[in-house]
Design a protein around this ligand. Structure first.
Ligand code: ADP
Length: 397
């Protein structure tokens, strides 16, 4: 069976076709600027040249329609007919407290996705648009939802509750959910395989460091804690998100800067983080370059970033009572040699010692710990699409 993996954002659709007989990827692509003038579709069939199509598309259904045409195109397609696609896997950001696992989409599932619009206003509406579009165009195959929050549902109340009046949890479900769950799931399982140990017997700290960033502490096959919270704003310092701050700063700045709630939300999500702190960029490559050429503010921003990550390593070491390995993944974690090195510097008291020569690696599965390090330090490229394809296949066989 071949599975189509779809990740629909507000103005984009990312897709992949995976052949489940050997889990090989047949094509990847991205439709960008859906519903905005200047729509493009970039399609890369494996083993053939990339194709760029420019065609304005009004909505996600039009976007998906074009994707399906491209997939069966004689010249640059990757399948002969749509009948080859046996199921579609959809990335859905928020599954609330309902879903601890992937599910076949039906009306009840769609209602839960809709019920979460309130707490995931940027992600769940476009995710559902993608599902509706695909169901319309492919009514005879299984559609499966794979949630970013699902793996974190194994967290216990002692780590997911905030110290707020309990009624707000009961009434509004205000609690820690955590995100990037599919990535934390994939890399923690790979780490267990690389250590040759059953997943349920491992204690793992995963660091998904991309533009958005989060960490998770995993023990006994369950998430003990994770840094993102009720929304993706909490935790680490990110490209444009502040991560942890004193919540009183929000009220203070709303007053000083004259911000309404929508503007404040946007301020802490889009103007803060490494962009706001460094004044250079949200991209860590630019900040590293600026710091190397003497920009002190960029260097300070990096030091804040490292300290926040180190703080959570300590936090999670305490909560797990030690750990077997750290896992670096996502854009920064897989590629940024200096950043990994600085995070792991001076952590030998915790049994973490990096081999800085081994660490000179990008985008490969490797253990970069020193021979006498108690804790292994893995670099593992994440593969959320594969998890989505596997779950979709498992639920559609
Ligand atoms: P997201 O999915 O959250 O958009 P990614 O996981 O794709 O993010 O990561 C993108 C980020 O990775 C970029 O913003 C950039 O900061 C960072 N990045 C990629 N390569 C490098 C590198 N060699 N050094 C430092 N940062 C890098």
């Amino acid at each position: 069976m071949k599975v189509l993996v779809v990740n629909a954002g507000s103005s984009s659709i990312k897709y992949q076709v995976v052949d489940m007989t050997d889990e090989s990827v047949l094509a990847v692509g991205l439709v960008d600027r859906v519903g905005i003038p200047g729509t493009t579709l970039e399609h890369k069939p494996v083993g053939k040249d990339k194709v760029l199509i420019k065609k304005d598309l009004p909505d996600h259904t039009a976007g998906m329609k074009l994707v399906l045409e491209v997939l069966v195109n004689e010249e640059y397609g990757c399948i002969k007919s749509m009948d080859e696609i046996g199921a579609v896997g959809h990335r859905v950001v928020h599954g609330g407290e309902e879903f601890a696992e992937s599910v076949v989409i039906d009306d009840r599932v769609k209602k839960v996705i809709k019920d979460c619009f309130d707490i995931a206003p940027l992600h769940n509406p476009p995710n559902l648009m993608g599902i509706d579009a695909c169901e319309e165009l492919m009514p005879n195959v299984n559609h499966v939802a794979v949630f970013d929050t699902a793996f974190h549902q194994s967290m216990e109340a002692s780590n997911f509750l905030y110290a707020l009046p309990y009624e707000v949890y009961e009434k509004y479900r205000v609690r820690r959910y955590g995100f990037h769950g599919t990535s934390h799931f994939y890399v923690s399982h790979r780490a267990a395989e690389m250590m040759g140990k059953p997943f349920e017997e491992c204690k793992i700290i995963t660091l998904h460091l991309g533009n958005g960033a989060s960490m998770a502490a995993v023990k006994g096959g369950k998430v003990v804690d994770t840094t993102m919270g009720f929304t993706p704003l909490e935790g680490l310092v990110m490209g444009t998100r502040s991560g942890d701050i004193d919540p009183a700063i929000v009220f203070f700045l709303m007053e000083k800067l004259g911000l309404g709630t929508t503007e404040a939300n946007s301020y802490f999500n889009k103007k803060a983080g490494m962009l706001g702190l460094s004044g250079v960029s949200n991209d860590l490559r630019d900040i590293l370059e600026a710091a190397a050429s003497g920009n002190e503010r960029a260097q300070t921003a990096l030091d804040v970033y490292y300290n926040r990550v180190k703080g959570y390593i300590g936090n999670y070491m305490a909560k797990l009572n030690g750990c077997d390995c750290l896992v670096f993944t996502a854009g920064v974690g897989e590629n940024a040699i200096d950043i990994r090195e600085n995070i792991c510097k001076d952590l030998d008291y915790l049994g973490i010692k990096m081999d800085v020569e081994k660490n000179k690696v990008r985008g490969k599965e490797v253990d970069v710990a020193a021979a006498d390090s108690k804790v292994k330090i893995f670099v593992i490229p994440t593969n959320e699409e594969l998890v989505i394809a596997r779950d979709t296949y498992r639920l559609s066989k």
